[in-house]
Design a protein around this ligand. Sequence first.
Ligand code: HEC
Ligand code: HEC
Ligand code: HEC
Length: 197
Amino acid sequence: MTRIIADDLCVWKRLRRLCAGMAAPMVLVVAPGLLSAEEGGGHYQLHGDVVEIAEDGIHDPDNDAVNTLQPPADAMKDFPRDSRGIINWVETLDRGLIAPRTGVTGDEKMHSVDFDVIFKNTASMPYVRFPHLPHTQWLTCTNCHPAIFLPQRGGNFVTMAAIIEGEYCGVCHGKVAFPPMECNRCHSVARENVGLR
Ligand code: HEC
Ligand code: HEC
Ligand code: HEC
């Protein structure tokens, strides 16, 4: 456990330094080396990683269940992965490779909504598309509203530094959802004025 926390912190610190006043093309060159298995990448079980359940820092190694659970490398071997080798859970769900229960009993109804919010305060990076649909296929409204985000377009002052510190999007991204190193999965909308200043 401690190992993973220390490793994550190290990665976040480097990222924050990178993001502070950086030029986008520079980061795109540097980014591919950021998330090695030794630096907390094991937490996401990158493609090719085989991390024993008892040693993953997530499960209790003293609980007998660690001997009966199917190893992730085996259970998830056919799941789609993104450019960094991290499982793309959105695509995994879309393709019907998994069918998560909606709650403890499985009878609960998911309340999904389909609308996007575009964040445009992205300096030289492409804009950020926040899609409600994939989020509300996993989460409920109150997971985010109002504690993390006031449900009001432009109503929250979100910065990259805050995300890396674990606030706003960073409450989940970097912990239970793909990490902040995956710039292009959030910064996915081309700027209207590409090449202009
Ligand atoms: C989980 C989604 C997410 C990821 C991944 C992500 N960003 Fe961001 N980023 C945001 C949001 C949201 C904002 C705030 C935009 C706004 O307020 O309009 C932002 C803002 C920024 C800004 C504007 C200045 C600032 O500091 O806020 C820069 C530059 C930036 N991101 C760079 C990056 C880089 C480089 C990466 C990859 C190393 C990255 N971002 C990954 C969501 C993300
Ligand atoms: C993963 C977090 C998350 C979840 C879950 C979520 N939202 Fe949002 N919601 C956001 C973000 C981020 C914004 C944009 C806030 C901003 O622009 O500062 C937003 C904005 C909104 C807005 C304002 C839209 C506008 O045009 O002003 C409404 C309404 C809203 N959400 C409703 C919902 C409802 C209803 C649900 C559940 C079905 C839901 N949200 C689930 C993160 C979430
Ligand atoms: C309460 C938790 C939570 C918060 C807060 C949150 N996300 Fe997510 N996000 C998820 C989960 C869970 C997924 C699906 C699993 C995954 O992709 O790792 C996801 C997936 C996504 C995707 C992938 C969509 C796709 O089609 O591949 C994008 C883009 C995204 N989030 C952007 C954001 C941005 C931008 C913010 C902040 C404005 C944000 N998220 C805040 C939990 C969250």
